[in-house]
Write a protein that binds this ligand. Structure first.
Ligand SMILES: [Zn+2]
Ligand SMILES: [Zn+2]
Length: 275
């Protein structure tokens, strides 16, 4: 069946700003600058053992108000650095994920990416207490619910609920301990503060989240940030969405952060000390 792309995904990188969802006129220049800086920090090179798969399940596209990354470029970058799956998880908008899936099919049909590359549909939902990730879902999730209600709605649609960056950037904080999440982000590409890193480390060791999958994700708002942090899923039975979901539900995965991310974290730490 031929696939139809939404207008935005086939526009050139020079698309007029009124055709982006990002409302900030200056964001095109900022996007180029940040991508250049990230390129200087190096490209993550991700290698995995046979039977394992590296994935980045928290990426933003032009369907978030804070990113202009096109889904096809995110997928190309993910394949380039060695990821086997991504999830585009835009703010309160499933459209980016659905378009990423269509873009992946188009790239596969041209032979640009491997046929078994996976795109997990997802969305990052604003709950009353902060951001919550929803994966393996096909529709938007209601906003401004309590964390428990949000997670309940995600589960009722067959999705997995993720406590994204719980102690940073409007994360839900200690609600992660009281609500039945399926996974928690322990390594996050948008976290550079030592105090947040140590809170995440303590959280990973907390018995209340012992059964949850521990994820590493980039929270990339720029193409070059894809894979800055990532998850290695072990002994995945089948490289399919079902196989991946099953492995995550079993918690059979490890969060990782890449060398470029560590370099940037180290540099930002030094700049902070100088101030
Ligand atoms: Zn967030
Ligand atoms: Zn995010």
């Amino acid at each position: 069946m031929p696939v139809e792309l939404q207008k935005q995904t086939i526009l050139s990188p020079l698309m007029p700003k009124e055709e982006r969802l990002c409302e900030h006129w200056w964001f095109g220049g900022w996007d180029r600058l940040v991508n250049c800086i990230l390129a200087m920090a190096g490209r993550p090179t991700i290698t995995t053992a046979p039977g394992d798969m590296a994935i980045d399940l928290h990426i933003h596209s032009m369907y978030s108000c804070c990113s202009i990354s096109q889904p096809a470029n995110l997928i190309r970058q993910a394949v380039r650095i060695g990821l086997g799956a991504i999830a585009v998880m835009d703010h309160d908008n499933i459209q980016g994920a659905l378009n990423a899936r269509i873009a992946a099919e188009r790239l596969k049909s041209r032979g640009e990416i491997p046929p078994d590359f996976l795109v997990v549909p997802g969305v990052e939902v604003c709950s009353r207490a902060g951001h919550i990730g929803a994966l393996f879902i096909e529709q938007n999730v209601s906003v401004n619910l309590s964390p428990a209600e949000t997670v309940d709605e995600i589960h009722s649609r067959g999705g997995l609920a993720i406590a994204v960056h719980p102690y940073n950037s409007r994360g839900i904080g200690d609600a992660v301990l009281d609500v039945p999440f399926d996974a928690v982000e322990i390594e996050c590409g948008s976290v550079f503060s030592n105090s947040v890193l140590s809170r995440n480390k303590s959280l990973a060791e907390n018995n209340k989240v012992a059964a949850l999958a521990k994820l590493g994700s980039s929270d990339a708002h720029y193409v070059r940030a894809v894979g800055s942090c990532y998850t290695v899923v072990h002994d995945i039975e089948r490289p399919t969405l079902d196989g991946l979901k099953k492995a995550l539900m079993a918690g059979n995965c490890t969060p990782e952060s890449s060398l470029p991310h560590k370099r940037i974290a180290c540099l930002l730490g030094k700049i902070k000390k100088l101030r």
